[in-house]
Design a protein around this ligand. Sequence first.
Ligand SMILES: [Fe+2]
Ligand SMILES: [Fe+2]
Length: 269
Amino acid sequence: MAPTRALLRSARPLLSSPASPVHHHQLLHDFLAPALFSSSSRRSLSSTPPPSQATPATTNNAQSHSRDGGAQQKPKKLKPLTPEQQSFLSSALRVNQAGELAATLIYTGQTPPLISRHPHLRPLMEHMYDQEASHLKTFNTLLAKHRVRPTALYPLWSVMASGLGWGTAIMGREAAMACTEAVETEIGDHYNSQIRTLLSMVTEWEEQGYDVGDEFRELIGTLRRIRDEELEHLDHAVQHDSKKAEPHWLLTGVIRAGCRGAIWVSERV
Ligand SMILES: [Fe+2]
Ligand SMILES: [Fe+2]
């Protein structure tokens, strides 16, 4: 289907990243701290070395330059990410992008068999596809911005997601909806867990008197919005009889286990 091809095409430059393998590890190692905090830290660096050379002092948020020479307000600093936090964030963006690609392909695979037998489902399928395509675009942008490599198993997930979408739609409307129910349940949990981790980072920084930074807050807001849309898809699936799929427990159990496995692998590979 054309939109999917376009998405894959747009994702391809990420797959065949021009960065040489030699530099790859290095890029992964330090991508997030300067990038996530760029907008505020760069404000403070107008006459200082580039962000990649940042020392703790240069990560200060110089928004708080004294106003008229005498601000009493304490300057708030941005705390650089620890290697563990950088690694968490790069894994999170990578797995989210893989999941959203899979979601677009599941709906792309489901739509033709489904709407040929149930034309009234076309608007719903288009609506869900459009939201998934927008999620994928969001993570494509974030991966490129923070120079995170996509999962190495991108092609495998693509084939499996398309097969899952098409296969469940062939089984019938209820099975297709059970697939959506299973996938969106896992994805909703997955986003919730990421949001919890990011919020605990925010709490820690705030307790230590650091600024959180607009970009980090924006990321949390984006994840919350996407999580809500995934849960909306879950509701649509249940409203359209996902629970009537036969055998529901087996279908959703297998698909949910598959999602968890794919998430686990994509976070690492
Ligand atoms: Fe999505
Ligand atoms: Fe979704």
